[in-house]
Design a protein around this ligand. Structure first.
Ligand code: MSP
Length: 512
């Protein structure tokens, strides 16, 4: 079995501060990376910033800065955000780094050598905000203001000499690839969009620009800079030291297991990127997953719409794990989702404080009073005990399947149901009435602690810091977490000491 797992986030435009949409892509990617690590995979998790192109050049000009100084500054805020979000990324790539430049120019040379690129003239619509070319049918005209239909971004007319990539030639091979690899594009509703776009006919793609200079130069013609998407997509292999295909990282991790992206950039990842790779004889990634948007009200959160909910502000107020939990659990993965302070607060109260926090607090304080903060000596498990414990063992393969199919919501529902069941079990068993039957009291506490351990392991990818706090009750360290161990009923060693912890999640009493 392939035990390597390579996951990437989109690389973010450092044209402005990071927002909730960026945090979302990154947190979900981190969820998968952490899960696969505790499942025993060797994981490479990449994120970074996409720093070239006209959008960045203009943003820098607006601030009166040279583009590199501008990027240095904002790229740093994204790097800091990775820390603030507690991402476990192995690398952070910037497209202004040498390793990337070398990789992009090499890919370009191969495409040129393979006669996949030719010089001609582009005349058509271009959106600087999307860094995308559009055909007439993709444009709407609102009283002379022309915008792209799908994104609403303004477009401008461009006419200049440009290199073209022979995208049209890859239409049939791409369709064949999609049909032979039905899970390449997920979710499947989005796959249908891509397939019909490709079926409707692919035109050759303009892959260089001449009218500005902020980008990687075409090696054979320094008047042109390479189209920012060809440049940006290459980050996924330049971070593995491409063009050195014998490099250990490249050998271990290419092709990528999953490119996690937002639905707005699916075309670039599911059409252009595979076409570039086919043309250069490089293996294709295994999966591209286009998640939905985080909406504020009914609209996509974006700088140009001015409706941004600042992730840092939310984290400062509610804590990182609350935000991580909300985004993983409350957004139906693959679809658009909403976030508001009210919804976040009610999620913190119902799931984190009243369910997880409550189980943790009551079992540990009961243990303190009755079992002297140690793992009690259990006796034989009865049917009620086994029902709690077996649940994890019996559903183990199903849980792994949820993750491998990116069915985050089923995974989360399982956790929530298990938490309810564990709280109910503790209530129904009434250990406080068993003081005259210590073997039974001890067994109930043992089972509850085991379930708390299992659920905390399951929650590690979602809320790593809180999960580690609970696991520290049992002296379990991060490096020792094994997902497989949720199958075992007797991991906790009798008589081992356990540690107390403070309240995990505070209930939010009233709004301000
Ligand atoms: N630089 C390109 C990606 C290049 S990848 C080779 C880019 N950058 S971006 O900063 O504009 O967006 C990065 C990601 O954030 C995209 O996946 C996009 O879908 C996601 N989001 C931006 N706003 C979003 C929401 N409001 N909600 C969820 N994600 C959205 O595109």
């Amino acid at each position: 079995m392939d035990k390597n797992f390579y996951i990437t986030t989109p690389i973010y435009y450092p044209s402005a501060k990071p927002h909730m949409g960026h945090a979302y892509s990154s947190i979900i990617a981190d969820f998968f990376a952490r899960f696969k690590r505790i499942q025993g995979y060797k994981v490479h998790f990449l994120t970074g910033t996409d720093e070239h192109g006209q959008k960045i050049q203009r943003a820098a000009e607006k601030k009166g800065m040279d583009p590199l100084t501008f990027c240095d500054e904002i790229s740093k805020t994204f790097r800091n955000l990775s820390k603030t979000l507690n991402l476990s990324n192995n690398d952070f790539i910037r497209t202004t780094e040498k390793r990337h430049l070398k990789s992009v120019q090499n890919l370009w040379n191969i495409l040129e050598k393979n006669k996949e690129i030719y010089l001609s003239k582009y005349s058509g619509w271009y959106s600087v905000s999307d860094e995308a070319f559009y055909v007439e049918e993709e444009i709407v005209d609102n009283n002379g203001n022309k915008t792209a239909k799908n994104s609403g971004s303004p477009v401008e007319w461009v006419e200049e000499e440009s290199y073209f990539f022979k995208l049209s030639k890859w239409q049939e091979p791409l369709l064949k690839f999609y049909s032979e690899n039905p899970n390449f594009i997920l979710p499947s509703t989005r796959k249908n969009e891509v397939v019909s776009f490709v079926k409707s006919g692919l035109k050759d793609l303009s892959v260089s620009r001449k009218s500005f200079s902020w980008g990687i130069k075409v090696p054979s013609n320094k008047e042109h800079v390479i189209y920012v998407w060809l440049d940006a997509l290459t980050n996924y292999i330049s971070a593995l030291n491409y063009p050195n295909q014998n490099d250990k990282l490249y050998q271990e991790f290419w092709p990528a297991t999953i490119h996690l992206i937002g639905k707005d950039i699916l075309r670039f990842h599911a059409v252009y990127w595979p076409a570039f790779l086919l043309a250069a004889n490089i293996p294709l990634p295994k999966r591209v997953y286009g998640h939905g948007w985080i909406l504020s009200g009914e609209e996509k959160m974006s700088k140009s719409k001015g409706n941004i909910l600042d992730p840092i502000e939310i984290i400062n107020k509610y804590g990182l794990d609350s935000l991580r939990y909300y985004l993983v659990k409350e957004v139906s993965f693959g679809n658009d989702g909403n976030i508001s302070k009210e919804k976040l607060e009610s999620c913190i109260n119902s799931d984190l404080a009243n369910n997880y926090g409550n189980l943790c607090q009551r079992v540990i304080s009961f243990n303190e009073k009755n079992c002297n903060l140690s793992i009690p000596k259990k006796s034989l498990f009865n049917q009620d005990d086994l029902k709690q414990l077996d649940n994890f063992k019996n559903n183990f393969d199903k849980l792994i399947g949820y993750i491998d199919n990116q069915d985050l919501n089923s995974y989360m529902n399982f956790i929530i149901e298990s938490l309810f069941a564990a709280n109910k079990y503790f209530n129904d068993q009434e250990p406080w009435k068993k003081k005259s039957d210590l073997p039974r009291l001890n067994t109930i506490v043992y089972v509850s602690l085991e379930v708390l351990r299992k659920i905390s392991i399951m929650l590690y990818p979602v809320i790593p810091a809180s999960s580690l706090r609970v696991l520290s009750v049992f002296n379990i360290k991060e490096k020792d977490i094994k997902f497989e161990s949720i199958k075992n009923h007797e991991e906790l060693e009798i008589n081992n000491k356990i540690n107390k912890i403070d309240i995990l999640f505070k209930k939010i009493e009233n709004h301000d």
